[in-house]
Design a protein around this ligand. Structure first.
Ligand SMILES: [Zn+2]
Length: 326
């Protein structure tokens, strides 16, 4: 189950209110864009809205009717999920989707929907095909698009969407209630990186996260221990270590880089905001470099790591070092 109706109304007030109305009046918007942080339930909210479109209750999904059961079992025939979180979305995927949803294999007047999760992970070809498809709206089909980076979504897509922010649970509250065995600073990072416990566990058990986590802690410590020369020497150390570890079979470099950058951003933000949380021991020592850290954050945000991480890692760390050293 993705949400109960009550949970959804409580956790995602604005979206729930909007869809209660949509489902009642039976008039679908052409497309919606769900955006939020890495730890926001983007896919889950998209799935629950989709389930609601098919639910026999004509309201937010009841989780009990036959249609809901079918949806929750993962075999609803009229529904498609393209998940950019698992694999790059390619033109073939969009062509298939367009063929399916424009064909009359969808019954007349029957509403249906599809999700494109993490549209930032789409090829240019596929994006063009999607734009073309969106130009021929079908009032019975709702497109649900999600992203963690709203500013990277093309205006031509944005202009076709109703836009909603998906609320995430506050990582600090999660840490306060945490009773497991993971060290709290590590759990705090995980709570910033993923929504579900299952996903947090998967990330926590991966070599990529483990290495990125240790590197971030070392990096942060080196910054405050000797700010004058740390960044550059540490940057060389980290690049060397990455080179060694990345030779291990099955090690996904890009994944590791992305964890590393995300955790750095989180730490810098917390240092700038002087947050009281499990990272405080380290971030409070960095607070005096606020101006530099703020610039480092915008630098990290501006880079399109997801597509270029592998090529630019050395360069990115060098630039970052420079910004912090200044
Ligand atoms: Zn139902």
């Amino acid at each position: 189950m993705f949400f109960t109706k009550e949970e959804f109304i409580k956790d995602q007030k604005v979206i729930a209110k909007y869809f209660l109305n949509v489902l009642e009046t039976d008039k679908l918007p052409q497309a919606i864009l769900l955006y939020g942080e890495e730890n926001a339930p983007l896919k889950e909210v998209g799935m629950y809205i989709s389930q609601s479109i098919y639910c026999e209750s004509k309201s937010l999904a009841c989780n009990t009717c036959q249609s809901c059961q079918r949806f929750l079992n993962g075999n609803h025939p009229d529904f498609t999920l393209l998940d950019g979180k698992n694999a790059l979305i390619k033109k073939g995927d969009i062509d298939q989707l367009a063929a399916f949803y424009s064909m009359s294999n969808l019954e007349d007047n029957k509403k249906s929907t599809y999700i494109i999760n993490r549209i930032e992970n789409i090829t240019e070809d596929a994006l063009n095909a999607l734009l073309k498809f969106l130009e021929e709206p079908n009032s019975d089909v709702l497109a649900i698009i999600t992203t963690t980076n709203r500013h990277k979504v093309l205006p031509t897509i944005l202009s076709r969407c109703q836009i909603f922010q998906v609320q995430a649970k506050d990582p600090i509250l999660l840490v306060d209630n945490y009773k497991g065995e993971i060290p709290l600073d590590r759990y705090y990072y995980l709570s910033n990186l993923a929504y579900s416990d299952k996903e947090k566990e998967e990330i926590n058990n991966s070599n990529e996260f483990d290495f990125a986590y240790k590197s971030v802690i070392n990096y942060l410590e080196a910054i405050y221990k000797s700010k004058e020369n740390s960044s550059l020497s540490l940057f060389v150390d980290i690049v060397d270590l990455f080179k060694q570890v990345s030779k291990k079979s099955g090690f996904n470099n890009n994944k590791c880089y992305n964890y590393f950058y995300s955790m750095l951003s989180i730490s810098f933000k917390d240092a700038v905001l002087e947050k009281d949380n499990p990272l405080k021991q380290i971030t409070s020592k960095l607070a005096k470099y606020k101006t530099n850290l703020a610039r480092a954050i915008s630098f990290l945000m501006d880079m399109d790591f997801k597509l270029q991480a592998n090529l630019n890692f050395t360069l990115i760390l060098a630039k970052l070092g420079k910004i912090i050293e200044e």
